[in-house]
Design a protein around this ligand. Structure first.
Ligand SMILES: C[S@@+](CC[C@H](N)C(=O)[O-])C[C@H]1O[C@@H](n2cnc3c(N)ncnc32)[C@H](O)[C@@H]1O
Length: 233
């Protein structure tokens, strides 16, 4: 399921997330703080968007960087920015990772993508396949308790497609995504031999208090994203 936020508005999305609150001052600092040593490691950015994590991977000394995204507009932006340094291609992660060799990746990072996939089984199967032994899968996604506020069914344990409008680019754009329970998310990892080593609910930077007091009040009192680090046995 593809929102125009990531296709038609890809360029505006890239500009917006460079220094906004939710991505630049909350999501990226939290997820990046959970990523360890990357010197010489092979990294896969799953749902890479416009490649806002690539500079971080390069600065940490990553070896091969592969970026995949459903949106060709996003992949084009990554190619324009990092032509020689990164391999970027279109892939629907719901179908798994058919172009990635088994036991070839040290770290898979997936910032804010999993909630666009209904059934995570094919993807988790392939994540376990392509990671090297002790390789890590580190991701962020919508917090199950946060999304439950928008539930129409009222059944927390039943997966649910939700529809919303976000102002990320300064105008409302329709988005649809799946809400799932914490049990579904964490059991899915464990059933594929991915052992959870860290869970975070993020911490918004103190500087946000002055920049956007409403966002600060929200993010410092309500669950919004969940951040999980797991490792292949
Ligand atoms: C919220 S954006 C995050 C982008 C980037 N990770 C970041 O942190 O800025 C979600 C991204 O997931 C991508 N996406 C959505 N569904 C996908 C799928 N089934 N397979 C691969 N990418 C997908 C979208 O195209 C979009 O670029």
């Amino acid at each position: 399921m593809q929102s125009p936020l990531y296709s038609k508005h890809a360029q505006q999305y890239d500009t917006a997330v460079t220094d906004n609150v939710y991505n630049a001052k909350f999501e990226r600092p939290t997820l990046q703080s959970m990523i360890g040593e990357l010197e010489g490691k092979d990294v896969l950015d799953l749902g890479c968007g416009s490649g806002v994590y690539v500079d971080f991977f390069i600065a940490k000394g990553a070896n091969k960087i592969t970026c995949v995204d459903y949106s060709s507009a996003m992949v084009d932006i990554v190619k324009q920015k990092y032509a020689q340094r990164v391999e970027a291609y279109v892939q629907d992660a719901a179908q798994g990772l058919p172009n990635v060799n088994s036991n070839s990746i040290d770290l898979i990072v997936s910032p804010l993508m999993l909630h666009y996939i209904e059934d995570l089984t094919p993807l988790f199967t392939d994540i376990a396949r392509v990671l090297k032994p002790e390789g890590q899968f580190v991701f962020s996604t919508h917090h199950p308790f946060g999304d439950f506020e928008c539930s129409q069914t009222g059944n927390y344990f039943e997966r649910e497609l939700l529809h919303d409008e976000w102002n990320t680019i300064g105008e409302p754009v329709k988005v649809s995504f799946y809400r799932r329970s914490l049990t579904e998310l964490t059991q899915g990892l464990m059933e594929h031999g991915l052992v959870i080593s860290q869970i975070s609910e993020g911490q918004v930077g103190e500087d946000v208090k002055a920049i956007d007091p409403d966002a600060y009040a929200f993010l410092s009192t309500k669950p919004n994203f969940i951040f999980i680090k797991s490792q292949k046995l």
